[in-house]
Design a binder for this molecule. Structure first.
Ligand code: SF4
Length: 607
């Protein structure tokens, strides 16, 4: 089927065995690839109630149908699993070359199951799959691991690996590939639970051939023209995501001091242009003319002399305003520290901010913090706390469980200050000032993510961010489109200006499947993915009660937030009703029997 190999590699770590399987044609037509098909396999293969850290959980690595075929911004890859942070289905998308190397090896998917009896490293080359002893890699950070794997298997080797935090079961550990990370939801923790330190590939380059090469090449040229003319592409290329910081601040939705406020007076100190001054070389994913990344020198602080790819907006938010800071050197050093341990920067920042607010409110004291003085902006103490999380020591042991579990453990008033949805720490947009985005986070099947349905019209001011009426329907549509894009995989930042029409044309040229030429069919595929993910969660007990936001968003008007001051999510129930109706779900947020039938999802979950 053109650029889709139709093959998956199954790796069983318990039995040290690998097998190659054909992906059923109908699965591909119904779910395309990456997120969609990954969700289908996870739904079919693990039972309700499965412990995410047990050998029964799957770690599903996938690349999109268009990956590696030469289009701009389509080479990212995804990890699908049951999250140890949220207990929901999860997908985390990342760059780096590993996904394209999977395609070169002849696979769209690698499904990892079981658990190795000792630290293991899986290597794939043209001869086969090898299960290798990884005890010499234990305790090492991602860069050192990658260097060692290239030394061992050749410079052409690409890998995905975990750092020390993944080994120590910090619940928000990442998987690194090159300088990029699959950051959210604890996908690296699942990898650690399987005793899998790294998976590497060294195979000759084998670019997938489109079904209609001439038409595909024309569309690739058209895509370049669209991108060249799009203003957002220019901002992304020059500044990368740091340019978002001042935009979000001006909207009054930049979370400050654990979401107590919505803008910060000194925001210019961490504006995009400030990081630009530190930029040394542009960086990006395989075949991407946007190249939003930037390798920056760390010139001060504990990591002085090293380099990082970043920081991205979400990291600036998490180690800047969220902690009451606008010090770019602190942001860069905290970013480097998280990279070293293999920690998700958003979850880490939210956990640290949570501890700071508890300290401020007198709910924890020096005796709980191992003597750290967790005042807002006390850089030395905050840095030490991040390190403790990476090592799971002292207060870091509790915070390494994620903010939801930490709050439940502390109990009482401490619960109300935990900023998460379904256990996933909140990203850098305050829902009170962007009602549609708030609804998207509340209803997300993976928890509080900024990448599950990003309402661009609301963020750009094309629609009023404070209006609630109509947002349920709008978010249902945005989430369907995002599910489709995550299944192609089209990078959100590298594909500005592309629309459903382009996706349908390119899918037909790539695969020869005419059904992909219907935009209605593509939207239905997006809807089917959302619905199946919801069914997965319902089987595990999730329902309307979980489609919510932290109490602060519902009862505490936004402060110091410029135009958004005083805003509140006051009618979440109304928004939910409209959202469920738009998707054919019951009032409890459960897909109706008719909807399941329409989408050909044959098993009704037991709520
Ligand atoms: S825009 Fe950035 S994240 Fe997206 S594919 Fe390009 S380099 Fe990667």
């Amino acid at each position: 089927m053109g650029t889709f190999t139709g093959k998956l590699l199954r790796v069983d770590l318990t039995r040290n065995k690998s097998t190659v399987e054909r992906i059923p044609d109908q699965h591909f037509r119904d779910f395309i690839s990456a997120r969609g098909l990954g969700s289908k396999y996870l739904y079919d293969e693990i039972k309700p109630g499965t412990d995410p850290l047990s050998p029964e959980n799957r770690l599903i690595l996938s690349i999109g149908v268009l990956g590696g075929a030469g289009l701009q911004g389509f080479s990212k890859w995804a990890v699908t699993t049951k999250s140890p942070l949220t207990g929901t289905i999860f997908r985390s998308i990342t760059g780096g070359n590993f996904g394209v190397w999977m395609k070169h090896a002849g696979y769209d998917f690698v499904i990892i199951q079981g658990k190795a009896d000792k630290p293991c490293h899986v290597h794939i080359d043209r001869e086969g799959v090898y299960f290798l002893d990884a005890r010499d890699l234990i305790g090492l950070d991602y860069r050192t691991v990658q260097i060692k794997l290239k030394d061992k298997h050749g410079p052409h080797t690409e890998s995905a690996c975990i750092g020390p935090a993944g080994e120590k079961m910090v619940r928000y550990a990442v998987i690194s590939s090159g300088e990029r990370t699959a950051s959210r939801g604890g996908v690296g923790t699942v990898m650690g639970s399987k005793n899998l330190k790294a998976i590497s590939i060294n195979v000759p380059i084998r670019k997938p051939a489109p079904h209609d090469p001439a038409r595909f090449a024309n569309l690739a040229r058209k895509q370049i023209e669209i991108l060249k003319q799009h203003p957002r592409k220019k901002n992304m290329s020059i500044f990368g995501t740091p340019y978002i910081t001042t935009v979000v601040d001006s909207l009054g939705i930049l979370p400050v001091k654990n979401f107590q406020e919505g803008s910060i007076r000194t925001v210019q100190e961490i504006a995009g242009k400030d990081f630009l001054e530190l930029k040394r070389t542009k960086a990006g994913c395989h075949v991407c003319m946007t190249r939003c990344g930037g390798m920056r020198d760390v010139t001060q602080g504990p990591f002085s002399g090293s380099r990082i790819d970043g920081p991205e907006y979400e990291t600036i938010y998490a180690f800047g305003p969220l902690l009451g800071l606008t010090d770019k050197q602190f942001v860069i050093n905290a970013n480097a520290l998280c990279d070293y341990y293999g920690l998700d920067t958003i979850s880490t920042g939210v956990c640290v901010a949570y501890a700071c607010e508890l300290f401020e409110k007198g709910l924890i004291s020096h005796s709980d913090t191992n003597g750290l003085d967790l005042r807002w902006g006390n850089q030395e103490a905050l840095f030490s706390l991040i390190e403790m999380i990476g090592k799971r020591e002292g207060l870091g042991e509790l915070l390494g469980e994620g903010v939801k579990r930490a709050a439940e453990c502390l109990g009482g008033d401490a619960i109300q200050y935990a900023m998460h949805v379904k256990g996933l720490e909140m990203p850098g947009y305050d829902p009170r000032g962007v009602k549609g985005y708030g609804l998207s986070m509340a209803t997300s099947n993976i928890g509080g993510s900024h990448m599950y349905g990003r309402p661009r019209d609301e963020l750009s001011g094309k629609v009023d961010p404070y209006v609630e009426e109509g947002k349920g329907r709008a978010i249902a549509r945005v989430q369907k489109e995002q599910a489709l894009e995550d299944s192609l995989i089209a990078c959100t930042f590298g594909n500005t200006g592309l629309d459903l029409q382009f996706y349908s044309e390119v899918l037909v040229a790539a695969t020869g499947i005419d059904a992909f030429g219907s935009q209605d069919n593509l939207l239905e595929i997006g809807e089917r993915i959302l619905c199946l993910e919801r069914c997965f969660n319902i089987r595990d007990g999730f329902s309307r009660k979980d489609d919510s936001l932290p109490q602060r968003m519902l009862s505490e008007p936004l402060k110091h937030a410029g135009p958004a001051t005083g805003q509140l999510v006051s009618h979440l129930d109304r928004l939910l009703d409209e959202y469920y109706e738009a998707l054919g779900y019951t009032k409890e947020g459960i897909p109706s029997v008719e909807k399941l039938k329409e989408l050909r999802i044959d098993r009704c979950p037991d709520p």
